[in-house]
Design a protein around this ligand. Sequence first.
Ligand SMILES: Nc1ncnc2c1ncn2[C@@H]1O[C@H](COP(=O)(O)OP(=O)(O)OP(=O)(O)O)[C@@H](O)[C@H]1O
Ligand SMILES: [Mg+2]
Length: 620
Amino acid sequence: MQKVFAFFRSLIQVTAFWQENRVFLREFKYFWDIAVLAVIFSFLGAVFEGAALVVINSFLQVLTNPETTAVNLGFDWLKLWIFSPESSTNDRIARLGFLVILLAWMRSLFAYLGPVYAKLTDASFADRMRKSMFEQLVSLSLSYYSQARSGDLVNCLNNEIATIQRGFGAVSNFAIRGSTLIVYIVAMFLISWQLSLAALVLFGMLSIFISSFVVRVREASFPVSQAGGDFTSAGIELISAMRTIQTSATQNFERIRFYRVSERVKQALFRLNKAVDLIRPLAEAISTTILICVIVTAFHVFVVSGKLQTASLLTFMFILFRMMPLVEQVNGLRVEIGSYGGSLAKLREVLTTEDKVYLQDGELEFTHLKKSIDFLNVGFSYNSTDKPVLHNINLSIKRGHTTALVGSSGAGKTTLADLVPRLYDPTSGTILIDGVDLKDIKISSLRSRMAIVSQNTFIFNASVRYNIAYGVEHIDEETLIDAARQANALDFILDMPQGFDTVLGDRGVRLSGGQCQRIAIARALLRKPDILILDEATSALDSVTERLIQESLDRLSKGCTVIAIAHRLSTIANADKVVVLERGRIVEQGTYQELIDSKGALWKYHQMQNSSSNLESSEH
Ligand SMILES: Nc1ncnc2c1ncn2[C@@H]1O[C@H](COP(=O)(O)OP(=O)(O)OP(=O)(O)O)[C@@H](O)[C@H]1O
Ligand SMILES: [Mg+2]
């Protein structure tokens, strides 16, 4: 009784499953036509298969009993054509044979088209999943990436989507086999409803029995996804941290860690496979038992008493034998589909929109800054659980001026600057740009007028040309070379083996820190920005290059509104306004000279840097 309840519960769970999986199901709108064709072809395949079975039954009847006309072919005109009174036995056999061959070829045609379209559906589904992952990843607020593990995301993109594609394949297979099974069942009922009923009840019980295993398999699938994510994370970290690992001689330590996660994948898979692989042999043994019981009973009860012709029993057996692997496959597929639960859950976690923060795009186009950017009581924290990083910031950044942000490491300078291109939104207060709330401005129009030369510029694994011109369309060679020259990057670029076509390697491993920065400056120069954010743009350069870069930055800044962050005060002495940040608060702001004169926080930095540079020069 409990088993029966469990069966019904699992039926309801199926609908809950559909509820739960709307992030996947909504993708169908992109390829429903292919999916419909797959279903139609598969169903036609099953119908022709069933029709062939019925005709084979008549074929056997005519062979065993040439005088028979009591054959049910479903259509009267068909029966008339084959069993017309003037036709000879040979004619009948030839016609039936022809019909069997025709039906077999038709079945084969659709048995080809069905899977081809089913696989195209799977592939379209995986394609849509990858694309919706992309859409999700680019529309999420950056704060998501402070929490998410890139290993998990890469694992989702690679393994989980591939797994789900397989799972989806299993679902369509399930549908194909299921519909064939239904046709078989109909054919069986046409031959003998009593026998069919008996077989059906027995196979139904087998199916209920298998349901309890499906739950177990599903549960075993979650640790597999978890371990897969951990393993991808470990792999990515291993490769990106190789330099640190080599220099700190921690190979052994890393080996233990890596081996442990690899081992966990193995064990999780072993547990899952143990659960999955138990089912098939068990189901096979049980169905063989059922089959033999049905045949023996049928022979004793129906054939001996003359209720059933031997030919019909033969056909019935033929159907049962063909049906057996189908029943096993359908049961196997149910188990297999259960085993994709872990991957589905992982992907659902990434794709659900309810629990995530998105940047809300505004409507107004931004062309250029007319007056100022104003921070009004702005507060910010990276996560709702974290402590605020910025408190009550009130600041006006005037058009065409250079505003310098100064403060100790971790004071919140980068964070403050990141609010201007809306990489993050303030958690409290507002930022106005020419009196308009920043949130009302179209993000793309805002960002296309800005350039950021930041502490960690990302260099793409592509040519120098691609890296400099990144995101700017239609660049002629002259402008490109000019930007490189102005950024003092031309000499080292031309020294590289293929000049502007040299490929820079993952994250620009083929560049020095200072060279990366000069590429970044060239990239900024090309964008002809209206607002420029310099986050310690000169920190990685020697003092000679630094001076040259400073000059080119001054050129770049001309006519721009600049927000400059620098640790070395010498680079910001000419700023129109200096803002000193401490622990996320503005402690003072004014011109450089004013702040030095008032002997506050900036003066302290000034003293510190002077004494250390005095120390350096006295050492020389
Ligand atoms: N993505 C992030 N998620 C969570 N916290 C962050 C994130 N980025 C920075 N923080 C925290 O915010 C604070 C301010 O960081 P921020 O990068 O703005 O400092 P900064 O003034 O630019 O320092 P530095 O001079 O070293 O570059 C730090 O305490 C840091 O731990
Ligand atoms: Mg910083």
